[in-house]
Design a protein around this ligand. Structure first.
Ligand SMILES: Nc1ncnc2c1ncn2[C@@H]1O[C@H](COP(=O)(O)OP(=O)(O)OP(=O)(O)O)[C@@H](O)[C@H]1O
Ligand SMILES: [Mg+2]
Length: 345
């Protein structure tokens, strides 16, 4: 095993000691469809450290999946175009390395779990062989016996008997398939997991099992995670930090406690209902009045102004967007309203 301090790829020298494990800076992504420009991500910045889990929450179309795919450099171009931004993993800019190097990053350092397990599984290959293939790809030094052993070990870790190595995906339930996908993504000990609604398709009992299992594996391997979810209960249980995304921007960012105990932005308050609590029964995002904005035709000023009870003239001014302001601790909010930004004691 190579030491984590100096994980060498052919050309990139990965060193620890960068300011942050992952830094996303000023990310801007557009799609072009039917002659229209869709402003999907409009200047997203955040940091993530080793072992931390960041929850990305926000309504449908807010840009969450686009952010995750941009990090992994798997956005299809066209229609997607990354217009601006830097994504630094241990200080290495993922947009400055070659596709060949990036392929090694995927799986070995960062892996993504998609909502639908079948997008990641091959229906005509046994689940064991699929896990083995993922391991082989990143551990060329392993003998075939070692690869099989590790694949069996991963199956057992996600609660599936190694005796099912030779079964095909259709012989598994939905929850088991998703656990196989998770085993595949954890098999190479990624440093970062991008999990896009990983448990939405699962029933509640299996969801809890899968989340517990991911948590245990993450703790064991000090893995970082970005978790995209609509489920505030999952955020409360799983995340250290929360970023609330609206119209392709982070409008509030903070520790789980800061966001749940002291939500500031009118949108966050709307989403969480009037009284969000870390222990409350409120599990789902609240539907809030009005429609999410059309990213091909964003409102002028603050993108939330048409739905905001606190909106005033400043919020509707052309070309004037609120900045993400630090209000204390690790808490940031993007709003013109002084009350919302009031510093904490
Ligand atoms: N391939 C594509 N071509 C054109 N537009 C796209 C494409 N993929 C996403 N978009 C648009 O970009 C915006 C952001 O989409 P994205 O999938 O990132 O949102 P999301 O927050 O993940 O939503 P959801 O919660 O529904 O998964 C949306 O307006 C969406 O319609
Ligand atoms: Mg999505």
């Amino acid at each position: 095993m190579k030491k984590e301090k100096e994980i060498m790829t052919e050309e990139v020298n990965w060193k620890e000691g960068a300011d942050h494990f992952l830094s996303v800076r000023d990310l801007v992504v557009e799609y072009t469809a039917a002659g229209e420009v869709i402003h999907a991500v409009n200047g997203v910045s955040f940091d993530l450290e080793r072992g931390e889990t960041l929850g990305l929450v926000g309504e449908t179309g807010a840009g969450k999946t686009t952010i995750a795919k941009a990090i992994l450099r798997i956005l299809p171009d066209p229609p997607a175009k990354v217009r601006n931004g830097n994504i630094l993993l241990n200080g290495v800019d993922l947009y400055k390395i070659s596709e060949h190097e990036m392929r090694k990053v995927r799986g070995e350092k960062i892996s993504m779990i998609f909502q639908d397990p079948m997008t990641a599984l091959n229906p005509v290959m046994t689940v064991g062989d699929q896990i083995a293939e993922a391991i082989e790809l990143h551990h060329k030094e392993f003998s075939p016996k070692e690869v099989t052993e590790r694949a069996c070990e991963m199956l057992e870790k996600v609660g599936i008997a190694a005796s099912r190595y030779g079964d095909y995906p259709h012989q598994f339930s939905g929850g088991m398939k998703q656990r196989v996908v998770i085993a595949m993504s954890l098999a190479c000990n990624p440093l970062l997991i991008l999990a896009d609604e990983p448990t939405t398709a699962l029933d509640v009992t299996i969801q809890a099992q899968v989340l517990d299992m991911m948590k245990a594996l993450r703790e064991e391997q000090n893995t970082s995670m970005i978790l995209i979810t609509h489920d505030l209960g999952v955020v409360a249980e799983t995340c250290d930090k929360v970023a609330v995304v609206y119209a392709g921007q982070i409008i509030e960012l903070g520790s789980k406690e800061e966001i749940f105990d002291d939500p500031r932005h009118p949108y966050t308050l709307g989403l969480f209902g009037s009284l969000p609590t870390l222990t409350g029964d409120e599990k789902r995002l609240h539907p809030i009045d009005g429609m999410p904005p059309n990213p091909a035709d964003l409102p002028e000023g603050c993108a939330f102004n048409p739905r905001c009870g606190k909106a005033c003239d400043a919020c509707r001014k052309k070309d004037k967007m609120p900045e993400l302001i630090h209000i204390g601790g690790t808490h940031y909010v993007r709003c013109f309203d002084d009350g919302v930004k009031e510093k904490k004691a």
